[in-house]
Design a protein around this ligand. Structure first.
Ligand SMILES: [Zn+2]
Length: 89
């Protein structure tokens, strides 16, 4: 289903993207939600792509929504500041 590692809300904190974009497949309505607010509601390990399943379109009431990190303002030059702390042993 997902290609590569799924992005969690926590991954956005401290990264280049601070918001999650949610849009409606039924009517095209979309909005941007602050990641910190989502963490307060769902927890830091909630998947970004799963946020949509918890939302409903304010315009048409559809639950056919998608969500992703809001890259729009950042451009293609993604700076990865995440440094995995490998297990030692
Ligand atoms: Zn809609």
């Amino acid at each position: 289903m997902a290609d590569g590692r799924a992005t969690e809300l926590w991954d956005l904190i401290g990264g280049a993207v601070q918001d999650v974009e949610v849009w409606c497949n039924a009517c095209g309505h979309h909005g941007v939600v602050a990641t910190r607010g989502l963490i307060d509601r769902f927890g830091s390990h909630h998947l970004v792509g799963a946020v949509a399943a918890r939302c409903r379109c304010r315009r048409c009431g559809s639950k056919d929504l998608d969500s992703r990190p809001d890259w729009r303002d950042r451009g293609p030059g993604v700076v990865t500041r995440h440094t995995p702390d490998e297990d030692r042993g």
